[in-house]
Structure formats: C-alpha cells, structure tokens
Design a protein around this ligand. Sequence first.
Ligand SMILES: [Zn+2]
Ligand SMILES: [Zn+2]
Length: 149
Amino acid sequence: MEKHMPQISDTIKKNNLKVTANRIRILEFLRESKTPLSAENIYLKLRDNGIAINLSTIYRTLEIFTLNNLVISLNVEGDKKVLYECVGEHHHHYLICLSCSKIISLDYCPLESYEKELEKQLDYTLISHRLVLYGHCPKCKSKQHNLTK
Ligand SMILES: [Zn+2]
Ligand SMILES: [Zn+2]
C-alpha cells in the first residue's frame, strides 16, 4: 500500500483538492480494485482492513472525486445502485448484467479511432468518454428462458 502513497496524493493535489488520509485511502483502494465498487463495498472492505471511515465520508469523498473526474460512476440495477471506478491508466469498458449485476470489464476500446476522428472534425481535445453496455448474462438468460417455458 505504501508505495502508491506519493502518486495518489499528487493526483489529488493536481486537482486542487485537499489531501487527507481518508481521500488517499479511498482513491488508492479504488485504484487497486479490479472491479468498480459501491460506497458500501468500499466501507466494508476498508473496515475489514482495519480502516474505519464513516460511510457518509466515503459518499462525500466519492462525490468530490466524481466531480473532479478522478472517479467515474456507473449506474447498475436500473440506476438503484451506483458503482465507482478510478479513472486511471487502464482504460476499459464494462458489460453489466441487468438481472444479477455481474460486471465484466472489457479491455478493448472501440472508440479510440472515433475519438481521433471527432477531434479532427470538431477541433476538440477529448479528455474522456464513457461506454457501459447493459444486457443479460448467459446464466440469467437461461433462467428467464426456463421461466417462460
Ligand atoms: Zn446475470
Ligand atoms: Zn474507451
């Protein structure tokens, strides 16, 4: 954990945000996570690691991070649940099952060439984009199939 401390605090500082121990912990935790996490996930997992941060602090921190583009939020379960992921070096997209909320991360980005084209066409400098795919996973699909039989 220690080795990422300076980098993470630099990232926070760069966005003109106050660097606090909790902010570093939350951002670091998100960055090391392979899947997007909800505020409750973060709260429970940090608590398991002996780090006690109020759930309300986690929510507030995630909101600040989202507003400053350090973190992006994904809506799942018909927008009832929000998951957060760190905006990082590893750009990827997600496939979310609407029935069981299983998330698959996709390493391939189909928008890279489209972005370049748009930049040329519209004279924009594009910073980021979001693409989330929703559907039904094979497991849920077969369950539904059995129900309708
Ligand atoms: Zn599913
Ligand atoms: Zn992409």
